[in-house]
Every structure is written in structure tokens, then in C-alpha cells.
Ligand binder design. Structure first.
Ligand code: UDP
Length: 161
């Protein structure tokens, strides 16, 4: 008899995670992806790009008046980024926990920033900070057609093989 699947509530929640230029340059992309995979989240979008100032000024629209904003633009355009959409139960909040405090000085060991960075202006990774923020950022960085839905290979029936 087939057992019932144990789907979680809000299993389709999505968030945007980006490996910033320093993370790409320091060859951390694989380790960062691995953390999200091993936690149990599902990768539904992924691309590498050199970001434009236009896109960044939309992405960081709430920070435009901050003193660190010009430096943030220079940092984020200093090389390509790898941007991803991860899906799963509570992924927005859990990604923030996995990424750690904005300032690596305060980020706990075991978090991405706590393990891989030492300065707030080179903190390796981005993750959306709220459900609304995640929806806004996903729409900004990805076209709907580039987010892919897929099922696990062990769910295929023999007739499909
Ligand atoms: N940032 C910075 N100096 C600061 C505060 C922020 O360089 O004093 C940069 C840093 O890269 C940070 C990004 O601006 O990740 C966005 O800041 P936010 O407060 O949104 O933090 P986050 O959501 O990335 O943790």
C-alpha cells in the first residue's frame, strides 16, 4: 500500500539568495549552494550575471540615501554574482538565519557570514528579508519562465522510464 506523502504547509514559499562578487571570486558558490541543498530546500532558479547599476538601485531602493550606498554599488558591480531562487517551508526566515547577521563581526559561527566573512562591506551573500521583499526581488531578478518546477526522480513511474 502506498503511504501518504507528508507535505509541509507553505512548501512553495520562495526566496532570493545571491552570492555576491566576493563570494564568487573566493570560490564559495559551491559551498553556499550545498548548505541550502543539504538543509532540504529546492533550487528552482539559478543564473550568473554581471549586475547593472539600474537593477541594483531597484534591488537596494531602500538604501539609496545611506552613506555606504555608493560603496555598495561599487562592491556589487565589481564582478559577477550568482543569483538563485530557493523554495520550501519557511525558506525566507530560515535563509536569513543561515546567512547570519549583516555585520560578520556579529554573525555566529555556523552561519554563512559567520564562517566566511570578516567585514560588513564584503559579506559574501544576500537573502531576502521578508515574504514581500522576496516576492519583489524574485520578480526583479527573474522572469517567471526561468523559474522551473520539478519533481524528484524517485517519483517517476516505470512507464516513464
Ligand atoms: N552594507 C554596508 N554597510 C553597512 C550596512 C550595509 O556595506 O553599514 C551593505 C552590506 O553588503 C549589506 C547590504 O549593504 O549586506 C544591504 O544592507 P541590509 O541592511 O539590507 O543588510 P542585509 O539584508 O544584506 O543583511
Amino acid at each position: 500500500r502506498r503511504s501518504k506523502s507528508i507535505g509541509l504547509p507553505d512548501a512553495r514559499e520562495q526566496t532570493l539568495v545571491a552570492v555576491k562578487p566576493d563570494g564568487v571570486q573566493r570560490r564559495l558558490v559551491g559551498q553556499i549552494i550545498q548548505r541550502f541543498e543539504q538543509r532540504g530546500f529546492k533550487l528552482v532558479g539559478l543564473k550568473m550575471l554581471q549586475v547593472s547599476e539600474e537593477l541594483l538601485s531597484e534591488h537596494y531602493c531602500q538604501l539609496r540615501t545611506k552613506p555606504f550606498y555608493p560603496g555598495l554599488l561599487r562592491y556589487m558591480t565589481s564582478g559577477p554574482v550568482v543569483v538563485m531562487v530557493w523554495e520550501g517551508h519557511n525558506v525566507v526566515q530560515m535563509s536569513r538565519t543561515m546567512v547570519g547577521h549583516t555585520n560578520p563581526t556579529e554573525a555566529q559561527s555556523g552561519t554563512i557570514r559567520g564562517d566566511f566573512s570578516i567585514h560588513i562591506s564584503r559579506n559574501v551573500v544576500h537573502a531576502s528579508d521578508s515574504l514581500e521583499g522576496a516576492q519583489r526581488e524574485i520578480q526583479l531578478w527573474f522572469q517567471a519562465k526561468d523559474l522551473l518546477d520539478w519533481d524528484c526522480c524517485d517519483r517517476a513511474s516505470t512507464s516513464e522510464i
